[in-house]
Design a protein around this ligand. Structure first.
Ligand SMILES: *[C@@H]1O[C@H](CO)[C@@H](O)[C@H](O)[C@H]1NC(C)=O
Ligand SMILES: *[C@@H]1O[C@H](CO)[C@@H](O)[C@H](O)[C@H]1NC(C)=O
Ligand SMILES: *[C@@H]1O[C@H](CO)[C@@H](O)[C@H](O)[C@H]1NC(C)=O
Ligand SMILES: *[C@@H]1O[C@H](CO)[C@@H](O)[C@H](O)[C@H]1NC(C)=O
Length: 529
């Protein structure tokens, strides 16, 4: 632990105060892993990492044909060095020579519910000993490597990497299988390197779903080969994603254990679709929601989802369904005539649209996620495969699971990152299973998601609006309930340390003091901001 203390009397005083704060915040526990593992024990020895830190595999059925393990190990070693030059001499003892990995499953396909558990053992001081990782799947190993990286530190005096508090024995697995972050590329375009940076940052706190809200009323940035004029609705010629770009994002995420959930939000939030195909608008005066009365509307949805099925291999697709204002339907003569002919009022037409879109998605092999308004309006008629995505407020998940459907929790008052007044403490304390006591109903809450809506952020400030608040939610979604703090003050020091770690790794995570995207208050060490 290196404390940077300022010079002069003020510096000395400040240093003392800081030290007192430091001891309080950390309680001398020495465990600074985020998110907190399910169970762990530690010792008090310091090991030196060999300069030739090796990866070996043992008795494993996994062959690493696609190089995932080799790549993840290399990234971990880079993370641990955080760009420092290791030009010190590693003492001859006690040296940690490398990591020995055992993976039970030969399968490296990532899908929902894949086993993410792992065991990580770091031995006591010895010569040329190996730390051991055991996991069912490569995806458990990814998490183990992240945890391992947080045990290591660069020593500025010796200029080598050390591992503190050995021996370690860690047994870990996530509490929820779905731990998501939403990004929105319709309100502002996000360049590919920015999206990849977000994916990298997600791995550090073990989030595993990138919900890509691709299009909305403002812009349609994605190429759709079946309907090539759809991306005429992009903001500009260059603010677009080719199919190859989308595939690149999906593969980049998968190679890091993250699934990409694609969303098209219908029938509302789809005005931009009509720039290329005006027939999708009820009329040129009234452009939203999509015209429910035309076969063409559903042909386009079918074409999009057909193209999606070749790019987005995750088991789920998100079909939106929120904030549908049907006044364009009731005010446009041909749509009104169509509703009358079919004996539907506007609510009935909304239901018809959502259920028909669900059927199309199911026909392409997807299970469907819809925003909660669909459940609130006609929950009993949704496909039983529907996952209801909560957002309006608390208390929804308990109703969804009581109706036998699955649920993702994202209540906006706590887990919307674009709400800059939402604090990390609120993110931390938001419990997805509130008021849900029956085990069979608890299982239906597959997890939660923090949402980075794009109206007021772009490439310039997305990372500091996401972090560190998303990390607070990530621990809630990963760590067993009984190990979560019942008072956020108990984790302030550990989260502050994780925030500084993100900064060291080049992620622009904002200070903890204050709500979203706060600036540092005054000169001072990272841990105090
Ligand atoms: C490691 O090796 C060195 C000499 O190479 C020896 O002095 C030391 O006792 C050994 N340490 C352990 C823990 O085996
Ligand atoms: C629905 O849209 C109409 C016209 O576009 C608008 O006048 C009305 O205020 C909207 N209703 C709601 C509830 O937003
Ligand atoms: C729409 O129709 C359904 C029955 O088809 C009815 O239950 C509902 O009350 C109607 N809604 C309105 C706003 O008239
Ligand atoms: C949980 O139940 C209590 C008691 O019925 C209620 O006051 C509270 O609002 C509920 N919480 C949520 C998030 O629904």
């Amino acid at each position: 632990m290196s404390l940077l203390i300022g010079s002069g009397a003020r510096g000395a005083l400040f240093g003392l105060a800081f030290l007192a704060w430091f001891v309080l915040a950390f309680g001398g526990e020495g465990v600074n892993i985020w998110p907190m593992p399910k169970s762990l024990s530690l010792g008090s020895q310091t090991l030196y990492l060999s300069k030739d830190f090796k990866l070996t595999t043992q008795g494993t059925k996994y062959t690493d044909g696609s190089g995932l393990l080799k790549e993840a190990f290399g990234s971990m070693v880079d993370l641990v060095k955080v760009n420092h030059i290791l030009d010190g001499r590693v003492p001859s003892s006690p040296v940690l020579a490398g990591l020995s990995v055992t993976i039970s499953s030969p399968n490296d396909e990532l899908n929902f519910g894949v086993d993410e558990s792992y065991k990580l053992d770091v031995p006591a001081a010895g010569n040329l000993t190996y730390a051991r990782i055991e996991a069912q799947t490569i995806f458990g190993v990814f998490h183990a490597l992240q945890t391992f990286s947080q045990l290591c530190h660069f020593n500025f005096d010796k200029r080598i990497v050390e591992l503190y508090s050995a021996p370690w024995s860690i047994i870990d697995q996530p509490r929820f299988p779905y731990r998501g972050l939403l990004i929105d590329t319709s309100r502002h375009y996000l360049p590919l390197p920015v999206i990849k940076g977000v994916i990298d940052s997600m791995t550090y706190s073990k989030l595993n779903v990138l919900h890509w809200h691709i299009v909305d009323e403002q812009s349609f940035p994605l190429e759709i080969p079946s309907y090539p004029r759809l991306w005429s609705g992009s903001y500009s010629y260059s603010e677009r994603y080719t199919v190859a770009d989308a595939l690149e994002i999906v593969q980049y995420a998968q190679r890091r254990g993250i699934n990409v959930l694609a969303e098209i939000d219908v029938p509302g939030h789809a005005l931009s679709w009509g720039v290329g195909y005006p027939a999708l608008w009820p009329s040129s005066e009234c452009k939203e929601p999509l015209d429910v009365s035309k076969k063409f509307t559903f042909k386009v949805i079918d074409g999009i989802l057909s193209d999606f099925s070749k790019i987005f291999k995750f088991k789920f697709v998100h079909l939106g369904g929120d904030e549908v204002n049907t006044s364009c339907w009731t005010n446009t003569q041909h749509v009104k005539d169509w509703m009358n002919k079919h004996g539907m009022n506007a609510t009935g037409a909304y239901k018809y649209f959502v259920l028909r879109a669900q059927k199309i998605a199911l026909s392409h092999g997807y299970e469907v996620i819809n925003w909660e308004e669909t459940f609130n309006n006609f929950g009993r008629e949704l496909s039983p495969k529907t996952i209801v995505h909560n957002w309006l407020g608390g208390g929804v998940a308990q109703e969804v699971v009581a109706a036998g459907l699955r649920c993702i929790v994202s209540n906006q008052d706590k887990w919307y990152l674009d709400h800059l007044d939402a604090t990390w403490q609120g993110f931390y304390m938001n419990e997805p299973l509130t008021n849900i006591t029956k085990p069979e109903q608890q299982k239906l809450v597959i997890g939660g998601e923090v949402c980075m809506w794009g109206e007021h952020i772009d490439a310039s400030d997305i990372q500091q609006t996401i972090w560190p608040r998303a990390a607070a939610a990530a621990e809630r979604l990963w760590t067993p309930l009984e190990k979560l703090a019942n008072d956020p003050r108990k984790v302030t020091g550990r989260l502050a340390r994780f925030r500084c770690l993100l900064n060291q790794r080049g992620i622009a995570a904002a200070p903890l003091a204050g709500p979203g995207r706060a600036a540092p208050l005054e000169p001072g060490p990272c841990l105090e901001q």
